[in-house]
Write a protein that binds this ligand. Structure first.
Ligand code: GLA
Length: 377
Protein backbone atom coordinates (compact mmCIF):
# COMPACT_ATOMS: atom_id res chain seq x y z
CA UNK A 1 0.00 0.00 0.00
CA UNK A 2 1.36 3.39 -1.01
CA UNK A 3 2.57 5.74 1.69
CA UNK A 4 0.11 8.56 2.42
CA UNK A 5 2.84 11.25 2.41
CA UNK A 6 3.85 10.17 -1.08
CA UNK A 7 0.28 10.22 -2.31
CA UNK A 8 -0.21 13.66 -0.76
CA UNK A 9 2.82 14.90 -2.64
CA UNK A 10 1.55 13.48 -5.93
CA UNK A 11 -1.83 15.09 -5.40
CA UNK A 12 -0.91 18.49 -3.99
CA UNK A 13 2.64 18.91 -5.31
CA UNK A 14 4.36 19.24 -1.95
CA UNK A 15 4.99 17.27 1.22
CA UNK A 16 2.43 17.25 4.07
CA UNK A 17 3.35 19.08 7.28
CA UNK A 18 1.87 16.38 9.48
CA UNK A 19 0.65 12.77 9.21
CA UNK A 20 -1.64 11.32 11.86
CA UNK A 21 -3.49 8.06 12.53
CA UNK A 22 -6.60 7.31 14.59
CA UNK A 23 -8.19 3.88 15.11
CA UNK A 24 -11.68 2.44 14.84
CA UNK A 25 -13.12 0.60 17.82
CA UNK A 26 -15.09 -2.30 19.11
CA UNK A 27 -17.03 -2.01 22.31
CA UNK A 28 -16.49 -4.88 24.69
CA UNK A 29 -19.56 -3.96 26.71
CA UNK A 30 -21.64 -0.88 27.60
CA UNK A 31 -23.86 -0.43 24.56
CA UNK A 32 -26.26 2.46 24.04
CA UNK A 33 -25.46 4.01 27.39
CA UNK A 34 -22.84 6.62 26.50
CA UNK A 35 -25.61 9.18 25.90
CA UNK A 36 -27.08 8.31 29.31
CA UNK A 37 -23.81 9.18 31.10
CA UNK A 38 -22.93 5.53 31.71
CA UNK A 39 -19.60 3.74 31.86
CA UNK A 40 -18.53 1.99 28.65
CA UNK A 41 -15.67 -0.41 27.95
CA UNK A 42 -14.51 -0.15 24.32
CA UNK A 43 -11.06 -0.75 22.88
CA UNK A 44 -9.31 0.59 19.80
CA UNK A 45 -8.69 -1.83 16.94
CA UNK A 46 -5.44 -1.90 15.01
CA UNK A 47 -6.98 -0.50 11.80
CA UNK A 48 -6.57 3.26 11.56
CA UNK A 49 -7.50 6.19 9.37
CA UNK A 50 -4.47 8.13 8.20
CA UNK A 51 -4.54 11.84 7.53
CA UNK A 52 -1.89 14.01 5.85
CA UNK A 53 -2.31 17.76 6.20
CA UNK A 54 -0.56 20.98 5.21
CA UNK A 55 -1.50 24.63 5.64
CA UNK A 56 -2.04 26.96 2.68
CA UNK A 57 -1.21 30.62 2.61
CA UNK A 58 -4.73 31.53 1.40
CA UNK A 59 -8.22 30.65 2.66
CA UNK A 60 -8.99 27.65 0.44
CA UNK A 61 -9.74 24.21 1.83
CA UNK A 62 -8.92 21.27 -0.43
CA UNK A 63 -9.66 17.76 0.80
CA UNK A 64 -9.48 14.33 -0.80
CA UNK A 65 -9.77 10.67 0.16
CA UNK A 66 -7.84 7.73 -1.25
CA UNK A 67 -11.09 5.74 -0.98
CA UNK A 68 -12.83 8.33 -3.22
CA UNK A 69 -10.25 8.17 -6.03
CA UNK A 70 -8.46 11.16 -4.48
CA UNK A 71 -10.93 13.52 -6.12
CA UNK A 72 -10.34 16.97 -4.58
CA UNK A 73 -13.28 18.72 -2.89
CA UNK A 74 -12.72 22.48 -2.62
CA UNK A 75 -14.42 24.98 -0.38
CA UNK A 76 -13.53 28.48 0.83
CA UNK A 77 -12.74 28.62 4.54
CA UNK A 78 -15.32 31.37 4.90
CA UNK A 79 -18.02 29.05 3.49
CA UNK A 80 -17.35 26.22 5.95
CA UNK A 81 -20.47 26.98 7.98
CA UNK A 82 -22.60 26.07 4.94
CA UNK A 83 -22.36 22.31 5.63
CA UNK A 84 -21.70 21.31 2.03
CA UNK A 85 -20.19 18.25 0.40
CA UNK A 86 -21.04 14.58 0.17
CA UNK A 87 -21.10 12.52 3.31
CA UNK A 88 -17.45 11.65 3.88
CA UNK A 89 -16.41 15.25 3.15
CA UNK A 90 -18.88 16.57 5.73
CA UNK A 91 -17.21 14.49 8.45
CA UNK A 92 -13.88 16.05 7.53
CA UNK A 93 -15.16 19.60 7.08
CA UNK A 94 -17.15 19.36 10.31
CA UNK A 95 -13.95 18.87 12.27
CA UNK A 96 -12.26 21.86 10.59
CA UNK A 97 -15.42 23.86 11.31
CA UNK A 98 -15.64 22.90 14.97
CA UNK A 99 -11.95 23.34 15.76
CA UNK A 100 -11.52 26.43 13.60
CA UNK A 101 -8.53 26.80 11.29
CA UNK A 102 -7.16 30.25 10.48
CA UNK A 103 -5.73 29.43 7.06
CA UNK A 104 -6.76 27.18 4.21
CA UNK A 105 -5.49 23.59 4.25
CA UNK A 106 -4.83 20.64 2.01
CA UNK A 107 -5.83 17.33 3.48
CA UNK A 108 -5.68 13.73 2.29
CA UNK A 109 -7.45 10.85 4.04
CA UNK A 110 -6.60 7.16 3.77
CA UNK A 111 -9.25 5.28 5.72
CA UNK A 112 -8.16 1.76 6.55
CA UNK A 113 -10.88 1.02 9.09
CA UNK A 114 -13.37 -1.28 7.31
CA UNK A 115 -16.24 0.92 6.12
CA UNK A 116 -19.81 0.19 7.10
CA UNK A 117 -18.82 -2.57 9.52
CA UNK A 118 -19.91 -0.72 12.66
CA UNK A 119 -16.26 -0.27 13.67
CA UNK A 120 -16.44 3.53 13.81
CA UNK A 121 -14.59 4.47 10.67
CA UNK A 122 -16.25 7.89 10.99
CA UNK A 123 -14.86 8.54 14.48
CA UNK A 124 -11.43 7.42 13.23
CA UNK A 125 -11.65 9.97 10.42
CA UNK A 126 -12.78 12.77 12.73
CA UNK A 127 -10.18 12.01 15.40
CA UNK A 128 -7.30 11.70 12.95
CA UNK A 129 -8.12 15.13 11.51
CA UNK A 130 -8.65 16.62 14.97
CA UNK A 131 -5.25 15.32 16.08
CA UNK A 132 -3.58 16.83 13.02
CA UNK A 133 -5.29 20.21 13.44
CA UNK A 134 -4.63 20.30 17.20
CA UNK A 135 -0.90 19.81 16.61
CA UNK A 136 -0.37 21.85 13.48
CA UNK A 137 -2.41 24.84 14.64
CA UNK A 138 -1.15 24.47 18.22
CA UNK A 139 -4.62 24.46 19.70
CA UNK A 140 -3.45 22.83 22.93
CA UNK A 141 -6.74 20.95 23.38
CA UNK A 142 -6.87 17.97 25.75
CA UNK A 143 -8.08 14.57 24.52
CA UNK A 144 -11.39 15.10 26.35
CA UNK A 145 -11.83 18.47 24.63
CA UNK A 146 -11.05 16.89 21.27
CA UNK A 147 -13.60 14.14 21.98
CA UNK A 148 -16.32 16.69 22.77
CA UNK A 149 -15.39 18.76 19.69
CA UNK A 150 -15.45 15.82 17.27
CA UNK A 151 -18.76 14.62 18.73
CA UNK A 152 -20.13 18.13 18.17
CA UNK A 153 -18.91 18.02 14.57
CA UNK A 154 -20.79 14.76 14.01
CA UNK A 155 -23.95 15.93 15.85
CA UNK A 156 -24.20 19.47 14.50
CA UNK A 157 -22.36 19.42 11.17
CA UNK A 158 -23.06 15.93 9.83
CA UNK A 159 -26.37 15.63 11.70
CA UNK A 160 -25.81 12.22 13.34
CA UNK A 161 -26.97 12.19 16.99
CA UNK A 162 -24.11 9.95 18.25
CA UNK A 163 -22.84 9.79 21.82
CA UNK A 164 -19.27 10.37 23.01
CA UNK A 165 -17.91 6.80 23.12
CA UNK A 166 -16.45 6.31 19.64
CA UNK A 167 -14.49 9.56 19.51
CA UNK A 168 -13.23 9.14 23.09
CA UNK A 169 -11.83 5.69 22.55
CA UNK A 170 -10.33 6.61 19.18
CA UNK A 171 -8.45 9.43 20.93
CA UNK A 172 -7.69 7.96 24.36
CA UNK A 173 -7.18 4.19 23.96
CA UNK A 174 -3.99 2.47 25.10
CA UNK A 175 -2.60 -0.63 23.53
CA UNK A 176 -3.24 -3.81 25.54
CA UNK A 177 -6.18 -2.30 27.41
CA UNK A 178 -9.86 -1.68 27.13
CA UNK A 179 -10.84 1.86 28.06
CA UNK A 180 -13.20 2.23 30.98
CA UNK A 181 -14.74 5.56 30.08
CA UNK A 182 -17.03 7.51 32.34
CA UNK A 183 -19.25 9.25 29.82
CA UNK A 184 -20.35 11.81 32.41
CA UNK A 185 -16.97 13.51 32.84
CA UNK A 186 -14.77 11.62 30.34
CA UNK A 187 -12.39 10.33 33.00
CA UNK A 188 -10.83 7.01 32.05
CA UNK A 189 -9.11 3.97 33.43
CA UNK A 190 -7.18 1.46 31.35
CA UNK A 191 -8.32 -2.08 32.06
CA UNK A 192 -5.79 -4.64 30.79
CA UNK A 193 -7.42 -6.88 28.20
CA UNK A 194 -4.80 -9.48 27.40
CA UNK A 195 -6.69 -12.51 26.22
CA UNK A 196 -4.06 -14.17 24.01
CA UNK A 197 -2.06 -15.50 27.01
CA UNK A 198 -5.33 -17.11 28.19
CA UNK A 199 -5.62 -18.91 24.85
CA UNK A 200 -8.60 -16.71 23.93
CA UNK A 201 -9.49 -14.57 20.95
CA UNK A 202 -12.18 -12.00 20.28
CA UNK A 203 -13.62 -12.65 16.86
CA UNK A 204 -15.26 -9.67 15.15
CA UNK A 205 -18.01 -10.72 12.75
CA UNK A 206 -19.14 -8.06 10.29
CA UNK A 207 -22.62 -9.13 9.23
CA UNK A 208 -22.53 -6.79 6.21
CA UNK A 209 -26.13 -5.91 7.08
CA UNK A 210 -27.30 -2.27 7.20
CA UNK A 211 -30.94 -1.95 8.00
CA UNK A 212 -32.81 1.24 7.28
CA UNK A 213 -33.72 1.81 10.91
CA UNK A 214 -30.14 2.83 11.73
CA UNK A 215 -30.68 6.59 11.87
CA UNK A 216 -34.24 6.98 13.06
CA UNK A 217 -33.99 3.99 15.39
CA UNK A 218 -30.95 5.42 17.16
CA UNK A 219 -32.58 8.80 17.74
CA UNK A 220 -35.77 7.12 19.00
CA UNK A 221 -33.82 5.05 21.53
CA UNK A 222 -32.08 8.17 22.80
CA UNK A 223 -35.41 9.93 23.10
CA UNK A 224 -36.83 7.03 25.15
CA UNK A 225 -33.95 7.26 27.62
CA UNK A 226 -34.43 11.02 27.90
CA UNK A 227 -38.14 10.48 28.51
CA UNK A 228 -37.43 7.97 31.27
CA UNK A 229 -35.15 10.51 32.96
CA UNK A 230 -37.74 13.29 32.63
CA UNK A 231 -40.70 11.15 33.78
CA UNK A 232 -38.80 9.85 36.80
CA UNK A 233 -37.52 13.33 37.65
CA UNK A 234 -33.90 12.17 37.94
CA UNK A 235 -30.75 13.73 36.43
CA UNK A 236 -29.63 10.64 34.55
CA UNK A 237 -30.22 6.89 34.26
CA UNK A 238 -26.77 6.65 35.77
CA UNK A 239 -28.22 7.82 39.09
CA UNK A 240 -30.71 5.02 39.66
CA UNK A 241 -30.07 1.41 40.67
CA UNK A 242 -31.70 -1.50 38.82
CA UNK A 243 -33.85 -2.27 41.89
CA UNK A 244 -35.04 1.31 42.30
CA UNK A 245 -35.76 1.61 38.58
CA UNK A 246 -37.81 -1.59 38.63
CA UNK A 247 -39.71 -0.39 41.68
CA UNK A 248 -40.83 2.72 39.78
CA UNK A 249 -42.08 0.87 36.69
CA UNK A 250 -45.65 2.14 37.07
CA UNK A 251 -44.46 5.73 36.50
CA UNK A 252 -43.37 4.96 32.92
CA UNK A 253 -45.17 3.82 29.79
CA UNK A 254 -44.17 0.25 28.79
CA UNK A 255 -41.85 1.18 25.90
CA UNK A 256 -40.03 3.87 27.86
CA UNK A 257 -39.67 1.48 30.79
CA UNK A 258 -38.17 -1.37 28.82
CA UNK A 259 -35.70 0.88 26.94
CA UNK A 260 -34.52 2.43 30.20
CA UNK A 261 -34.34 -1.04 31.75
CA UNK A 262 -31.72 -1.97 29.15
CA UNK A 263 -29.73 1.14 30.07
CA UNK A 264 -29.70 0.59 33.83
CA UNK A 265 -28.90 -3.11 33.58
CA UNK A 266 -26.19 -2.51 30.96
CA UNK A 267 -24.56 0.06 33.23
CA UNK A 268 -24.28 -2.59 35.94
CA UNK A 269 -22.96 -5.17 33.49
CA UNK A 270 -20.07 -2.89 32.53
CA UNK A 271 -18.89 -2.64 36.13
CA UNK A 272 -19.33 -6.40 36.56
CA UNK A 273 -17.29 -6.94 33.39
CA UNK A 274 -14.47 -4.82 34.80
CA UNK A 275 -14.49 -6.98 37.95
CA UNK A 276 -14.46 -10.09 35.78
CA UNK A 277 -11.47 -8.82 33.79
CA UNK A 278 -9.60 -7.84 36.93
CA UNK A 279 -9.99 -11.35 38.27
CA UNK A 280 -9.30 -13.04 34.91
CA UNK A 281 -12.76 -14.54 35.04
CA UNK A 282 -13.41 -14.91 31.34
CA UNK A 283 -16.38 -17.24 31.62
CA UNK A 284 -18.09 -14.53 33.69
CA UNK A 285 -17.17 -11.98 31.02
CA UNK A 286 -18.69 -14.26 28.38
CA UNK A 287 -21.89 -14.56 30.38
CA UNK A 288 -22.11 -10.76 30.62
CA UNK A 289 -21.64 -10.46 26.85
CA UNK A 290 -24.57 -12.84 26.35
CA UNK A 291 -26.74 -10.91 28.80
CA UNK A 292 -25.86 -7.68 27.05
CA UNK A 293 -26.89 -9.13 23.71
CA UNK A 294 -30.22 -10.38 25.04
CA UNK A 295 -30.92 -6.99 26.56
CA UNK A 296 -30.07 -5.18 23.30
CA UNK A 297 -32.16 -7.67 21.32
CA UNK A 298 -35.23 -7.98 23.55
CA UNK A 299 -35.39 -4.82 25.67
CA UNK A 300 -33.68 -2.19 23.54
CA UNK A 301 -34.74 -3.77 20.22
CA UNK A 302 -31.69 -2.70 18.21
CA UNK A 303 -30.49 -6.09 16.97
CA UNK A 304 -31.45 -7.74 13.67
CA UNK A 305 -31.64 -11.31 12.31
CA UNK A 306 -28.07 -11.23 10.96
CA UNK A 307 -26.59 -10.13 14.30
CA UNK A 308 -28.66 -12.69 16.20
CA UNK A 309 -27.55 -15.46 13.86
CA UNK A 310 -23.88 -14.49 14.26
CA UNK A 311 -24.24 -14.51 18.04
CA UNK A 312 -26.26 -17.73 18.27
CA UNK A 313 -23.98 -19.60 15.87
CA UNK A 314 -20.85 -18.49 17.75
CA UNK A 315 -22.35 -19.63 21.03
CA UNK A 316 -23.43 -22.94 19.51
CA UNK A 317 -19.78 -23.46 18.52
CA UNK A 318 -18.75 -23.04 22.15
CA UNK A 319 -17.92 -19.34 22.46
CA UNK A 320 -17.73 -18.04 26.02
CA UNK A 321 -20.07 -15.25 25.02
CA UNK A 322 -21.09 -13.11 22.10
CA UNK A 323 -23.03 -9.93 21.41
CA UNK A 324 -23.81 -7.26 18.85
CA UNK A 325 -21.67 -4.11 19.09
CA UNK A 326 -22.26 -0.48 18.23
CA UNK A 327 -25.51 1.19 17.26
CA UNK A 328 -27.15 -2.01 15.94
CA UNK A 329 -29.60 -2.76 13.09
CA UNK A 330 -26.57 -4.27 11.31
CA UNK A 331 -22.81 -3.91 11.65
CA UNK A 332 -20.69 -6.27 13.70
CA UNK A 333 -20.92 -8.77 16.52
CA UNK A 334 -18.09 -9.94 18.76
CA UNK A 335 -17.55 -13.44 20.11
CA UNK A 336 -15.08 -14.40 22.82
CA UNK A 337 -13.73 -17.90 22.28
CA UNK A 338 -10.76 -20.19 22.61
CA UNK A 339 -8.24 -19.54 19.87
CA UNK A 340 -8.64 -23.07 18.52
CA UNK A 341 -12.40 -22.50 18.03
CA UNK A 342 -11.97 -19.52 15.73
CA UNK A 343 -11.62 -21.41 12.47
CA UNK A 344 -14.63 -23.64 12.89
CA UNK A 345 -16.74 -20.75 14.21
CA UNK A 346 -15.97 -18.71 11.11
CA UNK A 347 -16.95 -21.66 8.94
CA UNK A 348 -20.14 -22.26 10.89
CA UNK A 349 -21.18 -18.58 10.76
CA UNK A 350 -20.47 -18.39 7.02
CA UNK A 351 -22.51 -21.53 6.43
CA UNK A 352 -25.41 -20.33 8.59
CA UNK A 353 -25.45 -16.98 6.74
CA UNK A 354 -25.45 -18.68 3.39
CA UNK A 355 -28.31 -21.02 4.39
CA UNK A 356 -30.32 -18.04 5.67
CA UNK A 357 -29.79 -16.21 2.38
CA UNK A 358 -27.75 -13.43 4.05
CA UNK A 359 -24.73 -11.72 2.52
CA UNK A 360 -21.40 -13.44 3.29
CA UNK A 361 -20.02 -12.11 6.60
CA UNK A 362 -16.49 -10.74 7.01
CA UNK A 363 -14.26 -11.65 9.93
CA UNK A 364 -11.65 -9.62 11.77
CA UNK A 365 -9.65 -9.98 14.92
CA UNK A 366 -7.76 -7.25 16.65
CA UNK A 367 -5.73 -6.77 19.76
CA UNK A 368 -6.52 -3.66 21.81
CA UNK A 369 -4.46 -0.94 20.15
CA UNK A 370 -3.28 2.64 20.71
CA UNK A 371 -5.41 5.75 20.27
CA UNK A 372 -4.84 8.63 17.85
CA UNK A 373 -1.25 9.75 17.37
CA UNK A 374 1.06 11.83 15.22
CA UNK A 375 3.07 9.65 12.85
CA UNK A 376 5.31 12.41 11.53
CA UNK A 377 5.46 16.18 11.59
C1 GLA B 1 -22.89 4.38 17.96
C2 GLA B 1 -22.68 5.78 18.54
C3 GLA B 1 -22.08 5.71 19.93
C4 GLA B 1 -22.86 4.76 20.83
C5 GLA B 1 -23.10 3.42 20.13
C6 GLA B 1 -23.98 2.50 20.92
O1 GLA B 1 -21.65 3.77 17.73
O2 GLA B 1 -21.84 6.52 17.71
O3 GLA B 1 -22.03 7.00 20.50
O4 GLA B 1 -24.07 5.32 21.26
O5 GLA B 1 -23.66 3.60 18.84
O6 GLA B 1 -23.37 2.14 22.10
Amino acid sequence: MKDIAKRFEELFGRAPEIVTAAPGRVNLIGEHIDYSEGFVLPFAISDTTLVALARRSDRLIRIASVQKSAEVVEIALDDLALHVGENWARYALGVLWVLGVDTGVELLVDGRVPLGAGLSSSAALECSIATAVNHLFQKGLSLAELARATQKAENDYVGVPCGIMDQSVSLMARSGSALLLDCRDLTTENIPFLIAPQGLELLIIDTQAHHKLVDGGYAQRRASCEKAVADLGITSLRDISVAEYAARQSELDPTTYIRGFHAVTEMKRVLDAVDALRSNNFSKLGELLNQSHRSLRDDYAVSCPELNLAVDTSNAQGALGSRMVGGGFGGSAIALMKTDQVKRTKEAVSKAFSSAGFKAPRFFTSLPSAGAHVISS
